[in-house]
Structures are given as structure tokens and as C-alpha cells.
Design a protein around this ligand. Structure first.
Ligand code: PHE
Length: 365
């Protein structure tokens, strides 16, 4: 609707002019109508807010609601836009009205947000809850095979006494395995070491003694070594035999060594490995590469004698073979079986258990 009225006389203007909002404001006629309109609209927005607030279920709903009411083009912004239709001196009252609503909405948004966040967190915790009373997944921790443990222990003991650890090939020549150790082809001792032949003159080594030949051939005395390693013999498996087994060979060559040094070394070893309280006995034996040769037994007071190794003073023929002067140096060697040591130490009565690899057996070490 356009309201027309006669222009006031003056300034030579006689034309009728249309009424604008601006002019209405100046006349004061416009005010009550517009103020009432803003109040009404504000109440409407409040009602709308209360409805919206009741339907909020998630943080996303809440955000949509916030944009609808407080966003750049939201209801509150629209209400504020209406203020411009009021004359400046009247804007404060209407502005206060809208501001009160805005603050109410802001406050309630904030507390709704808190409630929803708490609810979401509670749901997440419920969803991700762990039942700590359930039995866990068993992950076995591996451990070293008892034979490895025993080998490492023997190596430790002798390394602490100043011995080096040497090794050699498991496929040996007849020369290193027998010949150089003073066991010629026709020697009856070969029967004891009958083995697996790969080829003419090539076999799986029957003991770790060939390593002492290799070491002595490669360096001048003094020699202080131990040689742990796998050996093979054509034995049928039973409680005390297995075609594969492990030995540790010891060799000490220097000026002035005697059987007494050998005894002392073995005594220290027995005390370290088996513990105190053992007595030791040497009895005569025969090995082509040692002279004299001995078998070493140990026992606890009153217990049975247990054979632990073969030993002896290095035969001069072996020294000559490797180019050492038997008039200048002497030496001794021993060879022990790692399986035998493990059986004695842990009370295992069947060597085959070490090779069957049943976890129930291996787990005990
Ligand atoms: N090599 C011998 C064996 O296998 C053991 C041994 C080593 C004996 C060193 C004396 C000296 O039976």
C-alpha cells in the first residue's frame, strides 16, 4: 500500500511524493507497528528453537540447528536485520530482546553439546569395552635348545679361562679325520668311528679332533682352543647313541704342559659346569692321537662313576704331522659329548629326546 499525502508547502515544491520507510520513521507513525512485528517474530523464533532443541539427537543435529539459528543467514541474523527498520533510538530495546534470545540459544547449544559429547563418549566406551577377565592369546616365548644352552655354557667356561673357539667343516677328508690323527687306513680304531662316506676319502666327520689338526697347521704354538661342533657316526639310535651328536674338543699346546695341567683344567670345568662336590677319576684308555690317554669319570660322594670325556697328552706323531717339535712343546686334548653333558646335568635318560623336538620336552629347559 502506498500512502500519499500532500507535500508541505515550501521550497517551491508542489508535487506529491511517495511515502518511504524512512519518512514514515521520521513521522513516528511506523514505529509501533514494526516493534510489535519484531517482538512477534522473536517469539516465533523462540518457539521454533524450543521445538528444534527437543529433536536433537546427535552432535550433527546440533550443528545443523546452530547454523539454522546462529548462522550468517540464520534466524537470529534475520531478526537483527529487521532492526534496521527501526529508528536508531528504538533499536536498543528490540536489540536487547533478540540478544536475550541469542544468548539463551548459545547457552543451551553449549550445554546440549556437553550432554551429547558425554553420551557419545559413554557409547564409545561401551562399544570398545574390553573384558579383561577373558583368557589371553598365548604367545609362546621361544628358548634355546638345551644342547645349544649347554654348548654356550661350555664355551663360556673355557673362554673365561682364555681359550678361543675354533670350528671346522662337517664334511672332512680322510686325512684330517683319521690320517693326521695317527689313525692310518688299516688301523683297527677306525671301526669305532665308522662313518658316513660322501665319496672316496670324504666323510662326515666322526669327531671334532680334525679341527685341532687344522688349527695347528695354520699357526705356531701356543695354541689354546676349544672346537664345538656336530659329528656323525654310523650308530643305530638307542638311549645312548644317535647318528648325529655334538662334541667339544679342547686343545692346549705350549712349552712345559703336563698331565697335571690337564687334570686342573678338567677339575675347574667340572666344578663350573656341574657344581661343587664331585670327585674325579682318570683311568687308562687308548686313542691313537694321545699318549698317554685317559677316560675321565666323575661322581658325587657315594654315587656311581659317570664317564664324561676322553683325554690325553697329544701324541708326538701328531705334533710331527703338523710341523710342531715334540721336543719343544707338549700339549693335551680332550673330547666330550655335549649330549652326554646335558644328560648328566639335567638327568635326561634318552639321547633321542634331544632330536625329537617335542615342545613338552624342550620347554623344560
Ligand atoms: N676324539 C675322541 C672321540 O671322539 C675324543 C678325544 C679327543 C680323546 C681328544 C682324546 C683327546 O672319541
Amino acid at each position: 500500500m502506498r500512502i500519499h499525502f500532500k507535500a508541505l508547502p515550501g521550497k517551491g515544491c508542489s508535487r506529491e511524493r511517495p511515502v518511504t520507510v524512512d519518512r514514515l520513521r521520521r513521522t513516528g507513525l511506523y514505529l509501533p507497528a514494526m516493534l510489535g512485528e519484531i517482538e512477534r517474530k522473536t517469539a516465533e523464533v523462540r518457539g521454533e528453537w524450543e521445538k528444534g532443541r527437543a529433536g536433537v539427537e546427535s552432535l550433527q543435529d546440533l550443528e545443523e540447528l546452530r547454523v539454522r539459528f546462529l548462522g550468517k543467514r540464520g534466524y537470529i541474523a534475520q531478526l537483527f536485520a529487521l532492526l534496521r527498520t527501526l529508528p536508531p533510538e528504538k533499536r536498543a530495546a528490540a536489540g536487547k530482546l533478540i540478544n536475550t534470545l541469542r544468548e539463551q540459544i548459545e547457552g543451551e547449544l553449549e550445554s546440549l553439546k556437553g550432554q551429547l559429547a558425554a553420551k557419545a563418549e559413554a557409547e564409545r566406551l561401551k562399544r570398545e569395552a574390553h573384558d579383561f577377565s577373558l583368557p589371553g592369546v598365548w604367545r609362546g616365548i621361544g628358548n634355546l635348545h638345551p644342547l645349544t644352552q649347554v654348548r654356550l655354557e661350555i664355551e663360556r667356561i673355557f673362554m673365561e679361562m682364555g681359550f678361543d673357539v675354533a670350528s671346522g667343516p662337517e664334511v672332512e677328508t680322510d686325512y684330517y679325520n683319521f690320517e693326521a690323527l695317527n689313525i692310518p687306513a688299516d688301523h683297527p680304531a677306525r671301526d669305532e668311528w665308522d662313518s658316513f662316506y660322501i665319496d672316496e676319502g670324504l666323510l662326515l666327520r666322526t669327531h671334532t679332533s680334525p679341527v685341532q689338526i687344522r688349527v695347528m697347521k695354520s699357526k705356531k704354538p701356543p695354541v689354546r682352543i676349544i672346537c664345538p661342533g656336530r659329528c656323525y657316526r654310523r650308530d643305530n639310535p638307542d638311549a645312548t647313541h644317535f647318528p648325529v651328536f655334538h662334541q667339544v674338543e679342547l686343545l692346549w699346546v705350549e712349552k712345559g704342559l703336563t698331565m697335571a695341567h690337564l687334570k686342573w683344567i678338567i677339575e675347574v670345568f667340572v666344578r663350573e659346569f656341574f657344581g661343587p662336590g664331585y670327585e674325579m677319576r682318570f683311568s687308562a684308555d687308548f686313542f691313537p692321537f694321545t699318549e698317554p690317554s685317559a677316560q675321565v669319570h666323575i661322581r658325587r660322594a657315594g654315587g656311581p662313576w659317570l664317564e664324561i670325556m676322553g683325554a690325553g697328552m697329544v701324541d708326538p706323531a701328531v705334533f710331527e704331522e703338523v710341523g710342531y717339535d715334540p721336543e719343544e712343546v707338549t700339549g693335551f686334548a680332550f673330547g666330550l659329548g655335549i649330549e652326554r653333558m646335558a644328560m648328566l646335568k639335567y638327568g635326561v635318560d634318552d639321547i633321542r629326546l634331544f632330536f625329537q623336538n617335542h615342545l613338552r620336552f624342550l620347554e623344560q629347559f
